[in-house]
Design a protein around this ligand. Structure first.
Ligand SMILES: Nc1ncnc2c1ncn2[C@@H]1O[C@H](COP(=O)(O)OP(=O)(O)O)[C@@H](O)[C@H]1O
Ligand SMILES: [Mg+2]
Length: 418
């Protein structure tokens, strides 16, 4: 049980951390890429300004003041006339796209990735519009920087997750330890208390019984009181027995388990409870397949199915139908205890396995019911690596399905686990 909680804690911790780290990495990536792009545009703007000043565009010729090379490494400058006709260029990485004067920024991916920026050129003196200049820069370096950043961020996230996974294992173990210890102490207490209560309860029961047996000289009112004392003591004995079963099942370890023949266990239970069912004119059917084996504790498994069968008979009115179906299914055994009784409201379906939960809230002493039967049955099933689930419709009936891991008995009597 605690193992499962530990895994769940660890998993939720990792999921939350993955979300946080991914959000962090994406934010860093976007901010960084934006700032790199901004720097590139700034560089292109500066270059465009330099390329547009101190030049003359006349008769399809470009004349710069001193013919200097203004395009830096990875950059290029292209001049166009007022019609957008190409005139001249400088630098290693000019854009190969046709000039598009409708947009100032142009980007190309082949033959090499590059970013271009186009601005109109006006004559220095007259201010007259004389043509366009398009500057560009190769994106190879920017792309390699972002690729390195991606690798760094991805690697960082991965390493952090692995480290926090190990840290999480240690942390959850630390956090769960006191809870586990307290739980064990509580179990021990329940088990000890139930055990210790047995003798005084027995004394009360016996004394009440003795008083009733020799009732001469006792007023009839007092004898009624003794009867009530005896019945309350009986009730408490049953409750302590159930609590003891629960505490023992919680503590159960597997080594002393044996191979249980479930076919014969269920058939015997069916025979035993058939007279009870007949008294309520209930049609008690059985469809139990042969050779159903599992590894477990026979006494506890008997308790599990007794609880389900007793409930089915108890919560089915006169003349109803109760059926036990047991069959293998893959590596499991499926046992259904089905009735057409009063059923359970959908909102209570999840509650029926809780300790001390009952649909009828009033605790009548006559009913002898504590709401522990299904809790005990579920704990036993889980201890055997299985689970009980319930399907029910109010007024139509219920079906409690128990799934338990199966073992197959071979002819030479050796057992082989599925
Ligand atoms: N076969 C059934 N049909 C209808 N209701 C059921 C059935 N089995 C269990 N329940 C409901 O689940 C509750 C819990 O069952 P259980 O744990 O056996 O406690 P108890 O029988 O002592 O009340 C019952 O009080 C009842 O309301
Ligand atoms: Mg019950």
């Amino acid at each position: 049980m605690f193992q499962k909680i530990r895994y769940q804690l660890l998993l939720s911790n990792l999921i939350v951390l993955t979300i946080i780290l991914t959000a962090f990495a994406i934010t860093v990536r976007i901010t960084f890429a934006y700032s790199l792009n901004q720097q590139l545009i700034d560089r292109l703007n500066t270059l465009a300004r330099a390329a547009a000043t101190g030049i003359d565009i006349e008769d399809g010729e470009v004349e710069t003041d001193d013919e200097e090379i203004i395009a830096g490494q990875n950059q290029a400058v292209q001049w166009f006339d007022v019609e957008g006709e190409f005139l001249a260029q400088q630098g290693e990485y000019p854009l190969s796209l046709p000039l598009d004067i409708s947009q100032s920024l142009q980007k190309q991916n082949s033959p090499y990735p590059a970013q271009g920026l186009t601005t109109p050129v006006n004559d220095d003196e007259s201010g007259e519009f004389v043509g366009y200049v398009r500057v560009s820069e190769s994106l190879t370096e920017v792309q390699s920087i972002t690729r390195r950043l991606d690798l760094g961020l991805g690697g960082g996230v991965f390493v952090s997750l692995v480290l926090s996974g190990f840290g999480g294992i240690w942390l959850t173990r630390q956090a769960m330890q006191p809870i586990e210890e307290n739980f064990q102490r509580l179990q021990q207490f329940t088990s000890d208390a139930s055990h210790e209560l047995r003798s005084p309860l027995m004394a009360i029961k016996t004394n009440a019984a003795v008083a009733l047996k020799y009732s001469e000289g006792i007023r009839s009112k007092d004898s009624e009181k003794f009867q009530m004392i005896g019945s309350a003591a009986n009730q408490m004995t049953r409750l302590t027995e159930r609590l003891l079963i629960l505490a023992r099942t919680d503590k159960l370890t597997q080594p002393d388990w044996e191979i249980v023949n479930l076919t014969s266990l269920l058939s015997k239970l069916w025979q035993f409870y058939n007279p009870h069912a007949l008294r309520k004119k209930i049609d008690f059917k059985d469809k139990i397949a042969g050779n159903l084996y599992l590894r477990g504790d026979k006494v506890l498994l008997t308790q599990l199915f007794t609880n389900l069968i007793k409930n089915a008979i108890y919560y089915t009115p006169l003349g109803g139908v109760v059926e036990i179906i047991a069959k293998p299914l893959g590596s499991n055994l499926i046992i259904k205890v089905q009735d057409n009784g009063i059923g359970i409201a959908p909102e209570y379906l999840e509650k029926v396995f809780e300790r001390f939960w009952r649909a009828e809230k009033s605790r009548s002493y006559k009913a002898k019911k504590f709401g522990l039967g299904l809790a005990i049955a579920q704990t036993i099933a889980q201890k055997h690596g299985g689970l009980i689930t319930v399907d029910s419709q109010l007024g139509k009936g219920s079906c409690f399905t128990t799934r338990l891991p199966r073992v197959e008995k071979l002819k030479n009597k050796k057992l082989y686990y599925r």
